[in-house]
Design a protein around this ligand. Structure first.
Ligand code: ADP
Length: 729
């Protein structure tokens, strides 16, 4: 939660800060004693007051004595002066004393009879008038003195107050100027500066020049110009308060710097309450905002990491739930949406190299029509490498598009229709991860956000990688499991077929041996030659068959162990073919087929292993007879400058297209064991031998219309014969 703290509260207020400063009294410099103080203290003391009064009386007496001859009619004149001085100087006491003494002195010294206290009635009157006038003068004097003293005191207080006010103003100015915040006062609708402190002037990059106006474009508060904000405050009289407001400050290079401030723009009013200006306070909180943003980002990251760990745990459960990888991937896509994404696609690699979109999961039910369209757009590795999932596939690595713009989406679409559908998904932030295991790409896992507006980060990409890795591993495990199951099935089938196959020649062999034993019993001395030969021929055929079967098994184990060595020599393939065909003729005849040889009249010599080549030819002819349905079999030889080609074509049962890709694998058969024997090894051994001699073997077949096996062999065998390097399947 943000805490709103108004800069007004943080700025030094006159109440809290200035008043103590105003009341503080600092000792002034040492100065010379003030004479006025001396007179002042003299006037205050009792002795000073009466002393001066008496001194005045003496002076009056002296002057009156000296001037008496010239002014005998006015004996009081100077004593009036003495009374006035005493009253002015000392107040009532000294004035009355001087009055009394003056009466006595005038009566004794200046009124006849002199030096006597006898008074005439005229003297009494004169003295009384003097006394009264003296009292009156003193009254005036004292009143005037008091008035003057009060005025002086008032003036002094005013002076002190003025000095204190000036001092306070100056201190306030210093405080405002040095305050670690922006402070300014504007006047009038033009926002002319009355005051701008140092921080504010630095911010605005202008001199502190009262009278300057706040120009447009100087600052931006969020997206609006600061002048607009001030105009509103001035016009409405309502304060603007902003907490952690982004200020955009134009820089000299034309860019804008963003900083965060707590702002208060407060209207100031005149005596009648009309807005006359604006007081502005700002306190920079950029560091705080950045720290808070970092803390928030970390908290979010932490939450997301926890969430991802939870999702990964669920992913593991989903992956372990089924051995059917398609179901597993579908469930995975449904887990990712909506936990981490608004949409999720799974594209699977097909055996033929193409890709099939297996699943499109979406968070909002209303997106179903778009999803129904999306599922039709497959990856096009050759057509559109810019398409994001295709790009991930081609690069063989995970890709992240933090923010995909509509222009970017249009550029990466297969075509306009695809672009329309992609845009309809609302695609925003995108991650695609290829499902790769042991170098094999099994598909692509893509997920993206749309309406949730979430932006993926590197952390999400890492999560996607982990997810894809686990999914690919699970797919691979499922595949290995399937293969293991298949291998077990094949092995069991092989064992049953092998035992059957091995038993097949043994039965007639044992029957013939039993019959031969009976003949021996019957003719202990002379068994007819023809009888023995018949039994021996049959027995030899069965033993040969047995030997061939065992030979095949031995070859397979040799190939698996990498111990199949070739002995290369010059061999005439035409001659070899004719020999094998001749040998097979009786067998073919028994099956109702004839063997026709085309080509090979001239010597077709190459560097091959004679026995192994014979084995290849035998296997192909044997199969052609076996599956040839008693129809003619054509053996064709073609000769190239560097290569020899042998074709064995029958018109028999043929092979269904779905069996063709696996026919050359170990133990692979495409016929029912009830109708045909065979270990499913002949073609495997044939392929292995042909490839060991640097050649290739392939089959074309149509069910019910026969098969053609073609062997291409280089005549000069250049490759090292390394059977171990050949795959066993
Ligand atoms: P097998 O000893 O069982 O015949 P092969 O490896 O020689 O084993 O052949 C594998 C499978 O290929 C056979 O089971 C059969 O289904 C098929 N096949 C081989 N040759 C032919 C052919 N000429 N015509 C039809 N099917 C054939």
């Amino acid at each position: 939660m943000r805490t709103h703290s108004s800069p007004v509260a943080t700025a030094p207020s006159p109440d809290t800060t200035v008043r103590p400063l105003l009341s503080s009294t600092s000792p002034g410099p040492r100065v010379a004693p003030d004479p006025r103080r001396f007179w002042h203290s003299l006037q205050k003391s009792w002795a000073g007051r009466y002393g001066i009064a008496l001194l005045g009386l003496l002076v009056a007496f002296f002057l009156q004595s000296q001037l008496l001859p010239f002014m005998s009619s006015g004996p009081f004149l100077f004593f009036y002066g003495a009374v006035m001085v005493a009253g002015w100087w000392g107040g009532w006491g000294p004035a009355l004393l001087v009055t009394a003494l003056s009466v006595a002195v005038v009566d004794t010294h200046f009124l006849p009879p002199r030096l006597s206290i006898q008074m005439r009635s005229a003297d009494i009157l004169a003295l009384s008038v003097f006394g009264l006038l003296a009292v009156f003068i003193t009254k005036l004097n004292v009143t005037l003195t008091h008035a003057l003293a009060e005025r002086a005191a008032l003036l002094e207080r005013e002076h002190q107050a003025h000095a204190a006010a000036e001092d306070a103003r100056s201190r306030l100015h210093t405080i405002f100027m040095q305050a670690p915040a922006q402070i300014f006062f504007l006047r009038g609708p033009t926002h002319a500066f009355d005051f701008s402190n140092a921080q504010n002037s630095i911010l605005l990059k202008q001199q502190d020049a009262p009278g300057m106006t706040l120009r447009e474009g100087m600052l931006k508060v969020g997206d609006q110009d600061v002048r607009g904000v001030l105009d509103r405050v001035y016009a409405t009289g309502e304060s603007f308060l902003g907490c952690a407001v982004a200020l955009r400050i134009p820089q000299s290079d034309g860019t804008e710097k963003e900083a965060f401030y707590n702002l208060t723009y407060q209207p100031t009013r005149d005596d009648r309450g009309h807005v006359e200006g604006i007081a502005g306070f700002g306190f920079e909180v950029t560091d705080l905002v950045h720290a808070r943003q970092r803390a928030e980002a970390l908290a979010t990251e932490l939450r997301q990491a926890e969430f991802r760990t939870r999702v990964l745990a669920e992913v593991s459960t989903v992956l372990a739930s089924s051995l059917d990888h398609e179901t597993t991937l579908r469930n995975l896509a449904k887990l990712v949406v909506p936990a981490l994404a608004d949409w999720c696609f799974v594209d699977l690699a097909e055996p033929n190299g193409a890709f099939r979109r297996l699943e499109v999961a979406h968070a909002r039910p209303e997106d179903a029509p778009v999803a129904a369209e999306v599922i039709n757009f497959n990856l096009m590795p050759e057509g559109n490498p810019r398409h994001p999932p295709t790009a991930a596939l081609l690069r063989g690595e995970a890709i992240l598009f933090e923010e995909m713009t509509p222009a970017h989406i249009k550029r990466s679409a297969h075509n306009e229709n695809h672009a329309r559908v992609m845009l309809a998904t609302g695609l925003r932030s995108f991650i695609a991860v290829p499902l790769v295991v042991r170098g094999h790409t099994l598909g692509v896992f893509s997920f993206f956000t749309s309406f949730s507006n979430r932006r993926y980060t590197q952390a999400d990409l890492a999560f996607g990688l982990e997810l894809a890795y686990r999914a690919a591993l699970s797919m691979e495990n499922a595949r290995l499991y399937r293969e293991a199951q298949e291998a077990i099935r094949l092995r069991d089938e092989f064992l049953s077929i092998a035992s059957h196959e091995l038993k097949t020649p043994l039965t007639p062999l044992s029957l013939k041996l039993q019959a031969l034993a009976r003949e021996l019993e019957r003719h202990p001395d002379t068994i007819p030659y023809s009888v023995v030969k018949g039994y021996v021929d049959t027995g030899a055929r069965q033993v040969k068959k047995l030997a061939e079967l065992v030979g095949d098994l031995l070859d397979v184990s040799r190939i698996a162990a990498g111990r199949l060595a070739l002995e290369l020599e010059d061999v005439d393939l035409g001659e070899l073919l004719r020999e094998v065909a001749q040998r097979y003729e009786p067998h073919a005849a028994r099956a109702g087929s004839v063997l026709q040889i085309e080509g090979g009249e001239t010597a077709l010599v190459g560097r091959w292993d004679r026995l192994r080549l014979e084995q290849v030819v035998t296997n192909l002819i044997d199969n052609a007879v076996k599956y040839g349905a008693g129809k003619p079999i054509t053996l064709t030889l073609e000769q190239g400058p560097t290569r020899a080609r042998l074709r064995v074509r029958d018109q028999g049962i043929g092979i269904a297209p779905e069996h063709l890709p696996r026919l050359f694998g170990r133990f692979e058969r495409a016929v029912s064991e009830r109708h045909y024997g065979g270990l499913g090894l002949g073609l495997y051994i044939t392929r292995t031998l042909v490839e060991a001699m640097g050649g290739r073997v392939r089959v074309e077949s149509e069910q019910g219309r026969g098969s053609t096996f073609t062997v291409d062999l280089p005549r000069e065998h250049a490759l090292p014969v390394d059977v171990q390097a050949l795959p066993s399947q």
